[in-house]
Write a protein that binds this ligand. Sequence first.
Ligand code: MN3
Length: 200
Amino acid sequence: MAFELPALPYDYEALAPFMSKETLEYHHDKHHKAYVDNGNKLAAEAGLADLSVEEVVKKSFGTNQGLFNNAAQHYNHVHFWKWMKKDGGGNKLPGKLQAAIDSDLGGYDKFKADFIAAGTTQFGSGWAWLSVKDGKLAISKTPNGENPLVHGASPILGVDVWEHSYYIDYRNARPKYLEAFVDSLINWDYVLEMYEAAST
Ligand code: MN3
């Protein structure tokens, strides 16, 4: 099925001052749109236009780099917008998620430190992730558009550490952006929704 650019689930000012209107306009309207347009063109050329985005991501990994880059980035951004909300973030998590973070990742404070470290130490463009693998939560990082789907895991939270995600608001201070994402932006209800889907 053709990829479509989803509307943001909030207005362009909603995430300020942690993520500005200007960042969202460029990031959603231009970067994400380019992944959708290029992904559709390359999926059609590869004869994969009828597949879901998840199937295109898995099929193109390691075999069609151009298509993979765009399809994976489309998948990543569809969820990235929903992984944030106004007045989000912080340590008030849904109970089920809190219990899993306690048992699998050593508690919220350790999760926060390790997630931020993953994003900070991803050299160049990429993502930091929280995913479910073999029934347990795990933190990881990937370069460029790569994501946990191609490593046998189900992503439930990801943060974009490409410069286009933070340079307007934070310049080169990637750790400051990651801290604001965790403290003030994460939509824990959507993380729980993906956790429950990945755990069934
Ligand atoms: Mn991006």
